[in-house]
Design a protein around this ligand. Structure first.
Ligand SMILES: [Zn+2]
Ligand SMILES: [Zn+2]
Ligand SMILES: [Zn+2]
Length: 195
């Protein structure tokens, strides 16, 4: 009995999974140049820890430099980006999450991100992109908000729906999009009279 040949795999995967994850980690997790040591800029030390071992793997570089990272740091950062993306993808389509307390379906997504966040950074604090307060990533009122910044996409966090205030001018770097979806017929009430 004849069987059809399988389709060529290369047509289905124009970019390998490792390359794709590598680009996401570089885009959202790379320290700023000012934060890097000389060995890190030379690709001789992990971007995120003190490892100088032969285990370093290349990351996507910019302008000819070749950053490298150890496997545990890379996997931790990749998990952080992945769990953020999954959570944000839910929130952006969920009226409950964008207008009130987190919905039941979002709980496990937020928890998975909190675990990955702590594993990647050894900390729990994020900054609300609107009010600039530090807040625990496990706070049930925090939610992800992503937008296109001046030149790159940004993975941010905001209080929801508690914090609707515009960010203070001194900390302002980006124009934030409005939070989430409309709650239905919304009265256009202006809060506060200060300009
Ligand atoms: Zn490392
Ligand atoms: Zn939800
Ligand atoms: Zn806030």
């Amino acid at each position: 009995m004849d069987s059809l040949p399988p389709p060529p795999a290369e047509r289905l995967a124009p970019v390998g999974e490792l390359t794709w994850r590598n680009r996401l980690v570089t885009l959202f997790e790379m320290p700023t140049t000012a934060e890097l040591s000389d060995p890190q800029r030379a690709g001789e030390q992990c971007m995120w820890c003190a490892a100088h071992s032969v285990e370093l793997r290349p990351l996507e570089g910019m302008l000819g430099w070749e950053p490298r990272a150890c496997a545990p740091c890379f996997e931790a950062r990749a998990a952080k980006v992945k769990t953020y993306t999954e959570w944000a993808g839910h929130v952006e389509c969920c009226r409950e999450c964008t207008n009130g307390p987190r919905c039941a379906a979002a709980g496990p997504l937020a928890e998975a991100h909190a675990v990955a966040f702590e594993a990647a950074r050894s900390g729990r604090l994020v900054i609300c992109s609107r009010c600039r307060d530090q807040v625990d990533v496990r706070d049930p009122l925090i939610m992800p908000v992503r937008w296109i910044g001046m030149t790159l996409p940004v993975h941010g966090y905001v209080h929801s729906p508690k914090c609707q205030a515009p960010p203070p001018d001194k900390g302002r770097q980006y124009e934030l999009p409005p939070i989430g979806l409309p709650a239905g017929p919304t009265p256009s009430a202006d809060e506060g009279g200060d300009r």
